[in-house]
Design a protein around this ligand. Sequence first.
Ligand code: AMP
Length: 217
Amino acid sequence: MRLIFFGPPGVGKGTQAKILSSRLGIPQISTGAILRRAVSEKTKLGLEVSKYLDEGRLVPDKLIIDLIAEELVQPDAQKGFILDGFPRTVPQAEGLDEIFGRLHLKLDRVLEISVPEKVIINRLVNRRICKNCGEEYNLIFRPIPEDGKCENCGGTEFIHRSDDTEETIRKRLEVYKNETQAVLGYYGKQNLLSKVQGNEDIDVVTQNIFEALKIKG
Ligand code: AMP
């Protein structure tokens, strides 16, 4: 299956994409995670994009479309994939269509996850991420275990993303409204859009996603 998980920051795209990726045996391709890795490894790409990430702005379309074109020809993406955080502009969606055309691939579905804005801000300012495996915690809803060890991998370092501050979250939400939301119209016209509410327990949302995609959980 070739899927896009869509929605503003903090609705649980990454969390749900990770779960579906392991259940369906297809990779999760997160442009944000790829860019953050490049920044932390100080590669040429990382140095070019770090300012955009820190300010909550979108990196230029061409750069991100080229990055996705490279990801989609990787061996593990041949059975399908979940795009998480891409496309974020209409030109990116057009660029993706162009790549699909070249590779003779078809997009199966775009899944929009929505959550009220107040909840998003609360989720993100309190988000902490295991540095080793990426498991997400939340100081209010899912605190870091008392022994200080990640439940998934035993890691002991937890990150507060530099763009998860209230000011940058507001900026990212504004960017979503101004530049990203229009992508919904692009896929709506092609009848590719399904919607789920993300303001529920993680496993309830997962179940609703399986139902929305009409696949067995
Ligand atoms: P995310 O992890 O999806 O919240 O992305 C974190 C940051 O990476 C965003 O605020 C942007 O600066 C950048 N980014 C991720 N995906 C894209 C994209 N498709 N287009 C442009 N910028 C992106």
